[in-house]
Design a protein around this ligand. Structure first.
Ligand code: GLU
Length: 301
């Protein structure tokens, strides 16, 4: 099969409707794919059942369509893919790359230092085998890869040793839920994604994903992490910070704000142009290299 040289994707979690912050990742990944005459896929990351809001996925797809974002092929839903994730986990188990873990959150918290994001590094308690009389609930992957360097198209040279920052991380939780890190790596490979353009809140996940790609012999996509939009108080726009859903009534205005946030300098005169006109301008003028090389930036109203 002849695959296009560029396959990009947008992979929203259906935890609510799109807000302007999530539209940024959609628009940038779309424009970058079109700029390279590539394909742009949409994947609904709906495996985290407690966070999934019924109806949110179809709202997101409607919002994308109303903003003129046209995806290629069928939408992939992660909830259809549980067998594939299990197969990959079994394969990792056969290779000895994963092990069962009996530790409770409290035990990990009591025996490890807290990372800056509030999470705890796993100290490796169950690495050599389960303590006697303890039942496994999670599966963890061994993080012995050493420092993993990669070049981010926006954020520049990166390096992380996952063993030091996070420790062996969970691929399948005690409640049977597969971890985002596993699902995203399996699906990016399955969909032959070559370029991942997404928010810099996921920069800290990238080394874990590269580690899994290496263990599984998958190719490593090119990564580009966009600044995350914050409100003037510096808080990431999200449901928790009460970010308003984008209105499909004013798609051109929303697209203009995204282009402005990404420092593409859309002409002020186009702020109230038609959606078509603004897309034509964006296709002709899109330049990822202009995007601010910061992890976050305030979005103006
Ligand atoms: N589903 C993730 C989110 O909405 C994004 C995953 C990704 O782009 O890798 O935060």
């Amino acid at each position: 099969m002849n695959l296009p040289a560029y396959i990009g994707r947008f992979a929203p979690s259906p935890t609510g409707p799109l807000h302007i912050g999530s539209l940024i990742a959609a628009v940038a990944s779309y424009l970058e794919a079109r700029h390279h005459h590539g394909r742009w896929l949409v994947r609904i990351e709906d495996i985290d059942a407690p966070r999934t809001i019924p109806g949110a996925a179809s709202t997101i797809l409607d919002q994308l369509a109303a903003h003129g974002l046209e995806w290629d092929g069928e939408v992939l839903w992660q909830s259809w893919r549980l067998d594939a994730y299990q197969e990959v986990l079994d394969h990792l188990r056969e290779k000895g790359f994963v092990y069962p873990c009996a530790c409770s959150r409290k035990e990990i918290a009591d025996s490890s230092l807290r990372a800056p994001d509030g999470s705890y590094r796993y100290p490796g308690t169950c690495r050599q085998g389960l303590p006697t009389n303890r039942k496994a609930h999670a599966w963890r992957v061994r993080t012995d890869a050493g420092p993993l360097p990669w070049q981010d198209l926006i954020q520049g040279a990166q390096q992380e040793d996952v063993w030091e920052t996070i420790g062996d991380f969970v691929l399948r939780r005690g409640d049977g839920q597969f971890a985002y890190q596993l699902a995203v790596v399996v699906d990016d490979a399955r969909q032959n994604v070559t370029h991942v353009v997404r928010g810099a809140d996921l920069l800290d996940s990238t080394a874990r994903q590269i580690l899994l790609q290496r263990l599984l012999g998958y190719p490593q996509p090119v990564y580009a992490h966009l600044p995350v939009a914050t409100n003037p108080a510096g808080e990431k726009l999200s449901k928790q910070t009460l970010a308003a859903p984008i209105s499909s009534e004013q798609p051109a205005e929303n697209l203009w704000r995204v282009l402005h946030f990404l420092a593409q300098n859309p002409p002020v005169a186009l702020r109230h142009a038609s959606l078509d006109e603004l897309w034509q301008w964006a296709f002709a003028n899109w330049d990822l290299a202009k995007a601010p090389r910061t992890r976050h930036s305030v979005i103006n109203p």
